[in-house]
Unconditional design. Structure first.
Length: 324
């Protein structure tokens, strides 16, 4: 009886034995040896699926599916665990029960954007055997993620107007990991030229320069050179992708805008006046590389500031302008 108390339920098989003794029919019951189910069941997450792979989910709610097998008494129920914001390709053991002792094999999970979720199933059979927690192995890599888990990138601010010289100007992009904590793989810069549609122009690989050092900037920083055209207005935004292949949320408009000045607006203040002429005069006679050479004053781009640069600006001054 002690065995029966420790293991419940058990399977007993009995049969009636009929014998005839001295002309009388005698009924007797014989009990066969008890068969106790001691084997734990097995279960697995069916969706999201993939050994360490991420499944793209296009909504905050999605269906999680699981199944299990048991060769003895049969599956009784499941407990489904979830971990949010996994920081590794295989999540650690910081799981929390989502569904407890459920007989269902699927349910709708609702998450938050952006986030990454890892699911794990633990089955229990009708004999009370519970699937070992530490034997799940790769099941905890059943990761689902919601768009936007790829971190956040930003093109750092630019001056409203930038000088036409040098014609190439620098862009800086900063990145902060999303809830997953995964490092970036690359960042792509998109540009709109004079209000046209945005197109990708620069893809920045993993190699970054560290923090940009600006207040509020992220932990990664890239620098790139963009070839501008005088008089053009540019809008920029960036989209990051992390090491797991997650993209950040789409962007619909420019994060920063700037306008490249015309060459005669040497100091890029939006007007051509005596201040531009004085800037050229302050660097007059200087060659590229010499102390005092100001590339903004090299209006005609011949690596020397001379009378041609002065004449170029002078011709663009408003009629009647006199510069002391």
């Amino acid at each position: 009886m002690s065995l029966l108390r420790k293991r419940s339920p058990i399977r007993l098989r009995a049969f009636w034995q009929i014998a005839t003794l001295f002309g009388l029919t005698v009924y007797s019951a014989a009990v066969l040896p008890a068969q106790v189910d001691q084997t734990p069941p097995k279960s697995q997450i069916l969706y999201p699926q993939g050994s360490g792979l991420l499944n793209e989910v296009n909504a905050t709610s999605f269906t999680v599916r699981w199944s299990g097998t048991d060769s003895g008494s049969g599956i009784q129920d499941f407990t489904i665990y979830v971990q949010a914001n996994c920081s590794m390709a295989f999540c650690d053991d910081l799981f929390h029960p989502w569904l407890t002792n459920t007989s269902a094999t699927e349910a709708v999970f609702t998450g938050q954007e952006p986030a990454i979720y890892c699911f794990m199933s633990i089955a229990r059979d009708r004999a009370g055997n519970i699937e070992p927690y530490d034997a799940k192995g790769g099941d905890c890599a059943r990761i689902a993620h919601i768009p936007g888990a790829g971190g956040t990138s930003h093109v750092l601010p630019l001056p409203v107007i930038i000088p036409a010289r040098p014609q190439d100007f620098n862009l800086r992009v900063t990145y902060s990991p999303g809830p997953s904590g995964v490092d970036p793989r690359s960042v792509t810069i998109y540009v709109s030229d004079n209000g046209a549609s945005f197109t990708p122009v620069i893809e920045l690989p993993l190699q970054a320069t560290g923090s940009c050092g600006d207040p509020g900037s992220g932990s990664w920083c890239w620098q790139a050179t963009f070839p501008g055209q005088p008089g053009h207005t540019y809008g920029f935004y960036s989209i990051a992708i992390n090491q797991w292949g997650d993209y950040e949320f789409p962007k619909t408009g420019a994060e920063v805008t700037t306008r490249m000045a015309y060459p005669e607006d040497a100091n890029a203040d939006g007007v051509t006046n005596c201040a531009d002429l004085y800037l050229v005069k302050s660097s007059f006679g200087k060659w590229f590389g010499q102390p005092g050479f100001d590339i903004r004053a090299d209006i005609v781009s011949d690596m020397v500031v001379d009378v041609r640069d002065l004449a170029f600006v002078a011709r663009k001054l408003p009629a009647g302008t006199r510069c002391p």
